[in-house]
Design a protein around this ligand. Structure first.
Ligand SMILES: C[S@@+](CC[C@H](N)C(=O)[O-])C[C@H]1O[C@@H](n2cnc3c(N)ncnc32)[C@H](O)[C@@H]1O
Length: 277
């Protein structure tokens, strides 16, 4: 839908979406003080004052709150410009106890020496649960035998059939509690933590739409996988080029997308049409 958030919320409320959304992902303007421009569009990120920006974020969160499922999640993507203020704000709405994670998306890119601040190469995803009933889904990343053994820092054992294993421990005084077979541990992958190393979208990447501040598909794939199960609703009310929508729909999640910017809506429509065929 092409409309500001307030109208989008009215529409979803009329359609009966109260408490239906499992995940609301939001990547709003970051308080960068710039007009964000790229080949295929632009959007304003200039604010009179920090309090006026924070009021925009506060009013936004309060308006979408009734749409989130009691076991759902809200993920707010931001950066150093205002993440620390938004954390405090979000806690005052969701409750401090419902704050689940600060995820750091760490990306690479050109680094330069500077004497004002070091290279800023991460964004922050703040995650609140709607209640203590909200549950994430296991996500792991692949690793290999060498990496696993380096992490374990243990004498490698070999059983009578030639299979490699190391000791698993069950806490203090029980360091030799059971065998972990290396091939099984490697096949299971490594549970993710709260720092995600993922590249930004390359200049000539196929997924690049030309919309400013487009986020990588891999990042949104992981967000969708972590916070929702197939069939659960995902929404992005400031969808930009529609990355969250593409990630959700292609992983079997129904999705609602909106933005007030006509360029954003046109790009999102094209993107979604391509994967819906
Ligand atoms: C950072 S961009 C989103 C980028 C997106 N995640 C992507 O991967 O392309 C922020 C978007 O918020 C939209 N926006 C800002 N204020 C809005 C409002 N009040 N209602 C709806 N959309 C808004 C802008 O038009 C812009 O497209």
């Amino acid at each position: 839908m092409r409309a500001p958030v307030a109208d989008q919320v009215r529409l979803l409320t009329r359609l009966g979406f109260q408490e239906q959304l499992q995940l609301v992902y939001t990547d709003p303007p970051f308080f960068s003080g710039k007009v964000q421009r790229a080949d295929a569009g632009e959007f304003m990120d200039r604010w009179a004052t920090l309090p006026s920006y924070l009021e925009f974020i506060r009013a936004y969160i309060v308006s979408i709150l009734p749409l989130i499922s009691p076991s759902g999640f809200f993920v707010l993507h931001c950066d150093y410009h205002a993440s620390h203020y938004i954390k405090v704000l979000g806690d005052s709405i969701f409750g401090y106890e419902n704050f689940r994670n600060e995820i750091i998306w760490h990306y690479t890119g050109r680094r330069q020496p500077a004497d004002l601040h070091i290279n800023r190469k991460h964004d922050v995803l703040l995650v609140w649960a709607r209640s203590s009933a909200s549950r994430m889904h296991a996500v792991s990343e692949p690793w290999d035998r060498e990496h696993y053994l380096r992490m374990k820092r243990q004498q490698l054992q070999v059983d009578e059939d030639g299979r490699e294993w190391v000791w698993g421990h069950k806490g203090r005084g029980q360091s030799h509690a059971y065998r972990i077979y290396v091939d099984e541990a490697v096949a299971q992958g490594r549970a993710i933590d709260s720092v995600w190393d993922m590249p930004i979208i390359g200049i000539s990447a196929k997924e690049r739409t030309g919309y400013p501040t487009q986020k990588p598909r891999a990042l949104l794939n992981r967000v969708v996988e972590l916070f929702t199960a197939p069939g659960q609703w995902v929404a992005d009310f400031m969808a930009g080029s529609g990355t969250a929508g593409e990630a959700a729909w292609s992983q079997g999640r129904p999705v609602y997308l909106g933005d007030l910017n006509p360029d954003a809506v046109a790009i999102t429509r094209r993107r979604m049409a391509r994967i819906s065929q």
